[in-house]
Design a protein around this ligand. Structure first.
Ligand code: ACO
Length: 311
């Protein structure tokens, strides 16, 4: 019987039907999606910290308002994604617990420190830029609630990317020091942004199955290549150099070739030894604990309302 159900499920996937929360699905599909969606959610929420670090130091009121809105958007993205994961039968508490105990990952990029204002530019342009390339592809993912959450997220992310690019553009029109600051930020964030797409396809544990189930619509390497190709022109347009001597147009492939990623660094940062891993999780834990009274108050209020309705 299970074989028949699995075959029917794959037929639905092959026919491009969306899978909805109450539909039958293989247990491994459910587990894989809870893993990916929850890690995606954690990334959005943890991703608020490196930029939150600069809200009080933004150079103008305008930049401050924009950055504040952007960081709030990331919180919203986290909430849609947690809700989307919850439709698969896991609770918010369990998801947060996995973040705190280290069993769930989040994007390695957020374990790098933000050292200057130009980092806000580099994060918007490169980190959100990489996220968009990935998320545009995920708009066509097979799980309905996840696909739909990507649509709104992508609209907001493209605003985020432009605000980052605009910060860098402004700095590149400024003094020698400002130009150097922008270049330094790009030098530090370029390679970690390429790592965001995950290991090479051949080393990617989940890719083959995720492609078959159309959870992923393009592979890690395909998306990374797309990101490299689009970034080269954007860098040139404002006079930034991408820190890779092997970056060169390959006429035959119709793509840019680029240098090898430092996978040892990737592993180190993913497994907890990046600059800020401990700080990021500790900060989240503290904020979560300090907010417990709000959750308690909401529950008490709901309880009271329910008991009144009964009476
Ligand atoms: N940072 C941390 N861990 C990563 C990263 C990364 N950049 N890339 C891959 N990994 C982890 C995977 O989570 C997996 O570990 P796990 O089995 O413990 O979960 C392992 O490395 C092997 O990688 P893959 O088999 O390639 O994993 P997967 O098929 O899930 O592909 C990818 C990784 C591309 C990140 C995928 O999960 C995805 O598309 N996720 C949604 C997008 C997302 O999470 N974006 C967050 C950053 S963008 C933002 O928040 C602004």
């Amino acid at each position: 019987e299970l074989e028949g159900l699995n075959a029917h499920f794959q037929e639905r996937i092959d026919a491009e039907e969306k899978i909805e929360p109450k539909d039958w699905m293989p247990e491994k599909y459910r587990k894989n999606l809870i893993r990916q969606i929850s890690q995606h959610a954690h990334s959005e929420v943890i991703g608020m910290q490196p930029e939150g670090n600069w809200i009080t130091r933004a150079p103008t009121l305008h930049r401050k308002a924009v950055l504040l809105a952007k960081v709030q958007d990331e919180a919203g993205h986290g909430l849609y994604l947690y809700s989307s994961a919850e439709t698969m039968g896991i609770t918010r508490e369990e998801l947060i617990e996995s973040l705190h105990d280290g069993s769930a990952k989040y994007a390695q990029i957020f374990n790098y420190p933000t050292l200057s204002w130009a980092d806000m530019g580099a994060i918007g342009w490169l980190v959100d830029g990489a996220a968009i390339v990935n998320q545009v592809s995920l708009q066509r993912t097979s799980y309905g609630p996840y696909a739909r959450s990507m649509v709104r997220i992508c609209k907001e992310e493209s605003f985020h990317q432009r605000q980052g690019y605009h910060i860098l553009m402004t700095l590149m029109e400024g003094s020698t020091e400002q130009k150097a600051m922008a270049q330094d930020a790009v030098n530090r964030f370029w390679w970690p942004s390429l790592m965001m797409f995950g290991p090479h396809d051949a080393d990617s544990a989940h890719s083959a199955q995720s492609m078959k189930w159309k959870v992923k619509r393009q592979t890690n390497d395909e998306l990374r290549q797309k990101f490299v190709d689009q970034s080269v022109e954007q860098a040139e347009a404002i006079g930034l150099t991408l820190p890779d001597p092997d970056l060169v147009w390959n006429e035959e492939r119709g793509h840019f070739d680029f240098g090898e990623i430092d996978w040892a660094e990737f592993d180190r940062v993913v497994s907890g030894s990046g600059h800020c891993n401990r700080e990021r999780v500790a900060h989240h834990r503290r904020a979560h604990d300090e907010g417990s009274w709000v959750r308690d108050a909401i529950c008490a209020y709901e309880e009271k309302k329910r008991s009144r309705e009964v009476a």
